[in-house]
Design a protein around this ligand. Structure first.
Ligand code: BGC
Length: 479
């Protein structure tokens, strides 16, 4: 069985090269996930090396989040100006240099500075990967390919857990954290070198008036498909538009898309995923597991995150984005309810401990099929070409901002109102996310990016759910 059969799409529509482009562009997600995963492990030892206060520990962790907000803010515009490929190579270079810098930091001030620099690269990676993938993918498998970015994020988190283990002080001494952080240079080098050999996004090339190059790229990735038809479709959209900017995003016809991007960005974070990703070992210890069992449980959470993302990849172009979101967010809500209940009961030993562990793992599983991948995919699909990079940047800034707020407030929330209510508040946020998805998020399955754009122009964006799996130009060609 080959990849095309698994994804269940007509073979003649595209060549296997499209998978290579998507897989390498998705490595942007690996950098991003690695950074999220590595710091919780490394922090234990950085804290000893520099005798850090709690406040400085928080600054070391959130330095990347602040940098990522900046990276996402400028990355979208830069992607529109310089192209997806060049920006990826620049981002990978910054990540590589920043990783080595973190590893060599002589003081905590240097370390925080380099965390900020790496954060900028992470913010850029968070938008340029999905953008590049969605603009090269054929509509019928754009969802699956787009999810590769989230798969790479989850693999990055898992890789980080394994690297933390390999360089733990038992093997590498107290300065093991330096090797952990510097290891980020390896995936960055792979991304930079891999991207060097890849073509630019055909849609961006058309936008820049470089039609011949775009045609050449399309014939490499589309095999026998109708390259001219797709060129016409892209050109048609590109012609009626001039290059957009931030102010254009506020135009009334774009508001529904803006709202979906920002809404999903914020809900992805305030539904609490990173409280589990960052604090899983602590939570497990609290419910009565020993040290080793807590670490094993954390790796288990990482593996479930990866595996369910694979399940989502297999489903997204068949059942669509909305069903995944609704089932996933609904499941997350229920699991947070049970998690809170577990903490509310007097004894956490025995069966209650296992129910809590089970609900935590299922919560991650429901996240991995819904808000995790669908957010990053949708923000690369729903905006018009001329402002796609900028608009995706705005959604991403909100995502990193919400991530920062949760990271800085969750522990004090627990201190003030207790664990049970902290998880229930996250559950209420999930419930709000469910209502939001139900009323505001359209189905984008099986449509070309240009078709999605026309629903915005015709004010049929919300509540639209085309999905014959056949694009307009394909219909024209068949007729
Ligand atoms: C989110 C991250 C999160 C990760 C977990 C990503 O989509 O943006 O904040 O840590 O998923 O898998």
């Amino acid at each position: 069985m080959n990849v095309t059969e698994i994804l269940g799409s007509p073979e003649e529509e595209y060549s296997n090269f499209v998978y290579v482009v998507a897989a390498i562009a998705a490595l942007n997600g690996l950098l991003f996930g690695f950074d999220i995963g590595i710091i919780s492990g490394a922090l234990l030892y950085i804290k000893q090396s520099f005798a850090l206060s709690t406040f400085l520990q928080e600054v070391v962790v959130s330095g990347v989040l602040v940098g990522a907000m900046l990276g996402a803010a400028v990355g979208g515009g830069l992607a529109d100006r310089f192209g997806r490929r060049r920006l990826t190579i620049a981002g990978a270079t910054v990540f590589l240099a920043g990783s080595i810098g973190m590893g060599l930091s002589p003081s905590v001030t240097w370390l925080i500075g380099f965390r900020f620099v790496v954060g900028i690269a992470v913010g850029v990676a968070s938008i340029v990967g999905p953008l590049h993938i969605s603009e090269t993918a054929p509509p019928s498998i754009r969802g699956s390919l787009g999810f590769l970015q989230q798969l790479a994020i989850t693999l990055g988190i898992l890789l980080a857990y394994l690297v933390s283990y390999a360089f733990a002080p038992t093997f590498a001494g107290i300065s093991g954290w330096r090797w952990m952080l510097a290891f980020g240079a390896v995936p960055a080098a792979v991304l930079g070198i891999g991207m060097y050999f890849l073509p630019e996004s055909p849609r961006w090339l058309v936008e820049k008036g470089r039609d011949d190059e775009a045609r050449e790229v399309l014939s490499r990735i589309r095999a026998d498909a109708d390259v001219e038809g797709e060129m016409d479709e892209i050109n048609e959209v590109s012609e009626i538009e001039s290059e957009g900017n931030l102010a254009d995003l506020l135009e009334p016809w774009l508001r529904p898309a803006l709202l979906v991007g920002i809404g999903l960005a914020v809900f992805q974070q305030i539904s609490g995923i990173n409280t589990i990703i960052y604090y899983a070992p602590t939570i497990l210890k609290n419910i009565g597991f020993g040290n080793v069992a807590s670490i094993a449980g954390t790796v288990g959470v990482g593996i479930v995150n990866v595996l369910l993302t694979v399940v989502a990849i297999l489903l997204v172009d068949r059942i669509g984005r909305r069903p995944l979101l609704l089932v996933g967010v609904g499941g997350m809500t229920v699991m947070l309810g049970i998690l809170g209940l577990g903490y509310d009961l007097p004894s956490l030993s025995g069966i209650v401990g296992y129910v809590t562990l089970g609900s935590m793992i299922l919560y991650v599983a429901f996240y991995a099929i819904s808000l995790g991948p669908v957010f990053w995919l949708m923000i690369s699909e729903i905006y018009p070409l001329r402002i796609r990079g900028t608009a995706e940047g705005v959604a991403s800034v909100f995502n990193w901002g919400a991530n920062l707020v949760v990271a800085l407030t969750f522990l004090s929330l627990i201190q003030r109102i207790g664990r049970a209510w902290s998880f229930w508040i996250l559950g209420i946020c999930c419930l709000a996310a469910f209502v939001f998805v139900y009323f505001r998020v359209p189905e984008t399955k099986g449509r070309s990016l240009e078709e999605i754009e026309s629903t915005l122009r015709e004010s049929t964006f919300v509540g639209s759910g085309g999905d014959s799996g056949v694009t307009e130009y394909e219909r024209d060609v068949r007729e």
